[in-house]
Design a protein around this ligand. Sequence first.
Ligand code: NAD
Length: 291
Amino acid sequence: MTVETVGVVGAGQMGNGIAHVMALAGYEVLLNDVNEAALGTAIETITRNLDRQVSREKIRTADRDAALGRITTTLTLADLGQTDLVIEAATENEAVKQDIFAALLPHLKPETILTSNTSSISITRLASRTDRPERFMGFHFMNPVPVMQLVELIRGIATDQPTYATCLGVVQRLGKTAAPAEDFPAFIVNRILMPMINEAVYTLYEGVGSVKSIDEAMKLGANHPMGPLELADFIGLDTCLAIMNVLHDGLADTKYRPCPLLTKYVEAGWLGRKTGRGFYDYRGDEPVPTR
Ligand code: NAD
């Protein structure tokens, strides 16, 4: 199977990054969102990020112009039906994703591969509601997409080998590296990363360390580029909590119990960088620990 055209559903922080890297690699991209403003913002973000790559001499001006020329935005989901590969990157809500696939199905070419960028929802369950579970898989980019090297390729129980091989070819054409994963809660990266972040929150909750000492300990003692609490703020504390709940529910093991302090921050609406406050307060010139 060859892929030349890619449909991206959802033009938020992940969708715009996916459209960016796909267009730069030469794919024709159709970018869809229900929100017209999100499509405008996505094109602005992609342009700004491509400009940054030009100024850092990572790409040429002609590459930027060609990439922008390959991206078309649309409010009509059915337009994506004729693409070779669809990557769904809409809001992390299973009902939203099911509705998108259901609405897309009547318009799809028989050979189109369907994928989801979900961080935690079961690929097998999403696939089972479509007419092509064998041509359905998880295509999980990391944030920020243009910078991060890894893509997890998640096989549902029914995913066939040609589908996997085709998606692997796309990852390679992007110049990225694929980690194959089976479809169990949170896959590989978040299965390992989130319990570590949750443990850092327990370490704070139990008073073993402060925000500053925990982050400094892991940066200098484990050679991590960011401390776990700083990273949690970057990811979004609501996202961290949602993934811990998926692990806790899906694997039914108390070792995945979300820390009550993480829940409390989410209940307060202190979700990290995106709301201006999380384990750090970002509203001043410098981030200030909140505990
Ligand atoms: P986001 O909130 O930035 O963007 C989601 C976009 O989806 C919004 O623009 C919204 O308008 C759009 N949308 C909602 N319903 C839609 C519909 N029916 N049709 C079309 N568009 C619709 O979210 P995000 O951070 O970009 O996350 C998107 C997906 O990527 C989620 O599944 C998330 O789990 C996954 N993901 C996120 C990260 C991360 O760090 N943020 C990392 C890897 C994977």
